[in-house]
Design a protein around this ligand. Structure first.
Ligand SMILES: [Fe+2]
Length: 219
């Protein structure tokens, strides 16, 4: 949101005012320092729950959907190839229990690099939450599904942003860094903007009925 990475309080408020119910974050959470005090009191903006416990914010939000249904949103970060503070598997049971005591519909954003870790957590949570959405790798995967226990899952929901790019960055800058190994200041690209995500339908008990990947070109 904030010039390629991270988010600011002003941008978070704009997204919420535009109709987002909850915003989840990821490994760029601390890129913009001004978000730290904001997260101390934010009720609809969550950071991965398994970061250092001394940092501001939390990983679980419980909100009312438009029709009054209580929805819990849980944000976790993967550990493989990411250097995350605490394993997501170490904290997930307690968080899911807390989420389920507050809402029947529980959505998990698992911000992680490795497909194996994302699939493993989705299987681990099958039957315990409504949906597990993988994020972070920016490339939408073709495995949107409802698992046997009734939990929807997709390994990566994809990227909302400029797809004429290297995962959002101007291609020549990303390629330049890879060719030379020299530090290059990344800039967001502009072309081929798409909204990507996943649409999950569920019953009143929070059991998923369908899960479909969504891709919407922005003219
Ligand atoms: Fe990320």
């Amino acid at each position: 949101m904030a010039d390629g990475a991270g988010i600011t309080p002003r941008l978070a408020d704009r997204l919420l005012a535009a109709g987002a119910d909850v915003i989840t974050l990821g490994n760029h959470v601390w890129r913009r320092r001004e978000i730290a005090p904001y997260l101390e009191t934010a009720e609809r903006v969550v950071r991965p729950a398994n970061l250092a416990s001394s940092t501001p914010g939390r990983g679980l939000a419980v909100v009312d959907a438009e029709d009054g249904t209580k929805v819990a949103v849980l944000n976790l970060q993967g550990q493989l190839f990411m250097g995350t503070h605490t394993s997501p598997f170490e904290v997930v049971d307690e968080l899911v229990e807390e989420a389920r005591s507050a809402a029947k519909v529980v959505l998990v954003d698992f911000h992680a690099e490795a497909t194996s870790e994302k699939i493993a957590l989705s299987r681990e949570l099958d039957g315990k939450v409504t949906a597990v959405f993988g994020t972070h790798t920016h490339v939408q995967t073709s495995d949107a599904r409802v698992q046997p226990g009734g939990t929807a899952a997709i390994t990566d929901a994809g990227m909302t942003g400029p797809h004429d790019s290297v995962i959002g960055v101007k291609a020549e800058l990303a390629i330049g860094r890879m060719r030379t190994g020299m530090g290059v200041r990344f800039e967001p690209a502009h072309g081929g903007v798409r909204i990507e995500g996943a649409l999950v339908e569920c019953d009143a008990d929070g059991r998923a009925l369908s899960c479909d990947a969504v891709r919407v070109p922005v003219p």
